[in-house]
Design a protein. Structure first.
Length: 494
């Protein structure tokens, strides 16, 4: 049975994994390569170290498990600026580089001064405003300001998956899942360079002649073949990580209306839609449109649910108990006690986190300095209200992807293990089927699917029969107090 080697460049870990045609992982290597400050103190990716490690893993894995193709996926919001001879013109900047409050305000102000109003750009590009340098167009402006000499030598902007493919094959390409994903650089209506791309002077550096993610970028160069001791294997064009995780669902459930809520540090809800359409209240919110691997439109919403959970879990202390309907109904009976969103990016831009205790707001600063209401110190009650808050935030995020009462909600990632979150979420959607899925390593599995489609000279949809996604329905409890609590929570946070 043929194997595909997947290069999965995550933000936390870099991985090389081998997958068979049923998407079962048969070998796996990973290592962390956190971004490091350069001489200017700017966080940049360790591309040289990652590249050396990747080559070593490919050589060693091929020796024990010969694979037939290489497929690539990477985290979002990264690109490489290449010179005329294919070298990096500037470092690959890490999107989490912290500019500081004033630095962020200055960058954002200059970006929108040059490129236009956020509302107009969002309607044109399907991109929302994101913090730090998570919008690639803002990273362009930052690079122009801080790496002016190097930037002057840049001729091409290459998305991060295709950068690694270029190192392997010497070939350049682009594909839609990355180019159209919260970049501000791609006009979703004209399918061309955006107003922002022209304003920043990079329209001619971008390639919007999209290839399929599973198509052949090229084969290993002769130099790579000799160095890796691997024959001239094909390499896929590559794919964005969230869209890679979505692909197995698009393949397996081709005729079903569903939304995938991928949970973790970022909770990302992805729902296929027919047109780019923002409701007026969604402009300025953490809602985007992107293009999936098959060219369809996906309406996507974000919140940093994992970060929210980790913050408050640390402040509460103790263990998060398993779900109990009686205990949750008791917690819901007092709508004067609320955990508020907004400590991290959420669907509520006016919220800044903290608690509501009666008529008083307890700020995050208060909590971090030990000014904590007694009820929040109770590990059971504190965790219950935290999980209720996360479920309410998720409800809003899911509804902003234009789901209907018949849309199946698939929950994948870390929150599958949070029984209270799942139970409350199910109660908030009384008509929708809600299921947890067990597709392990979904991002890498989607990339593996691309590799196997390349080998079979077909599309991933033709491989649907070989994919198994285990689905576990979520029970829907009776929570009599939920409607009243939800109304009180929304009134405070909206």
């Amino acid at each position: 049975m043929s194997l595909v080697a997947v290069i999965d460049i995550g933000k936390t870990n870099k991985k090389v994994a081998l997958f068979d045609a049923t998407l079962q992982q048969v070998a796996h290597r990973q290592a962390p390569f956190p971004a490091q400050p350069d001489a200017q103190g700017i966080l940049v990716e360790q591309t040289d170290a990652i590249w050396a490690w990747l080559k070593q893993q490919l050589t060693e894995l091929f020796r024990t498990h010969p694979f037939a193709a290489i497929s690539i996926t990477t985290h979002g919001a990264a690109w490489a600026a290449l010179t005329a001879n294919g070298q990096l013109a500037v470092p690959v900047i890490a999107y989490e580089h912290d500019l500081g409050d004033q630095g962020q305000r200055d960058l954002d102000q200059e970006f929108y001064r040059r490129c236009g109003r956020l509302e107009d750009l969002q309607a044109e590009t399907g991109t929302c405003d994101l913090p730090l340098l998570v919008n690639p167009a803002k990273m362009v402006l930052f690079a122009q300001q801080h790496y002016a000499a190097g930037w002057a030598t840049a001729k091409k902007m290459v998305n991060y998956p295709q950068f690694w493919g270029y190192l392997l094959t010497g070939m350049l390409a682009s594909e839609a899942t990355y180019s159209a994903n919260h970049s501000f650089l791609f006009d979703l209506h004209k399918r061309a360079a955006s107003t922002a791309a022209h304003a920043l002077g990079v329209a001619s550096m971008l390639d919007f002649r999209f290839a399929d993610p599973w198509s052949r970028l090229g084969t290993l160069t002769p130099e790579m073949q000799r160095e890796l001791v691997i024959p001239a294997l094909p390499v896929t064009v590559g794919i964005h990580d969230s869209n890679s995780a979505l692909m197995p669902y698009l393949v397996k459930y081709q005729d079903r209306d569903f939304v995938v809520n991928s949970t973790g540090t970022w909770c990302v809800a992805m729902h296929r839609v027919q047109q780019v359409r923002y409701r007026p209240e969604e402009l300025g919110q953490k809602v985007i449109f992107n293009i999936d691997a098959f060219g369809g439109l996906t309406k996507t919403s974000f919140l940093m649910g994992g970060q929210d959970y980790a913050l408050y879990h640390g402040l509460i202390g103790g263990e998060d108990p398993e779900f109990s309907a009686d205990r949750i109904n008791a917690a819901l009976a007092n709508p004067q006690r609320l955990v508020l969103p907004g400590a991290f990016p959420s669907q509520f831009p006016g919220a800044r986190g903290g608690l509501r205790d009666g008529h008083a707001v307890v700020s995050l600063a208060d909590l971090q300095h030990g000014r904590i209401p007694g009820w929040f110190k109770d590990p059971q009650l504190g965790h219950d209200l935290l999980n209720i808050s996360l479920a309410l935030q998720t409800e809003v995020a899911l509804r902003r992807t234009d789901i209907t009462d018949t849309t199946t909600i698939f929950i994948e990632g870390g929150f599958r293990n949070n029984s209270t979150f799942l139970a409350v979420l199910a109660a908030l959607f009384p008509h929708n089927p809600i299921c947890c899925t067990s597709l392990a390593q979904a991002t890498a599995a989607g990339a593996a699917l691309c590799g196997h489609a390349l080998l079979a000279a077909c599309t991933p949809r033709d491989l649907a029969a070989s994919i198994t996604i285990e689905v576990q329905p979520v029970g829907r409890p009776v929570l009599d107090q939920l409607a009243g609590y939800r109304a009180a929570w929304l009134q405070v946070v909206a």
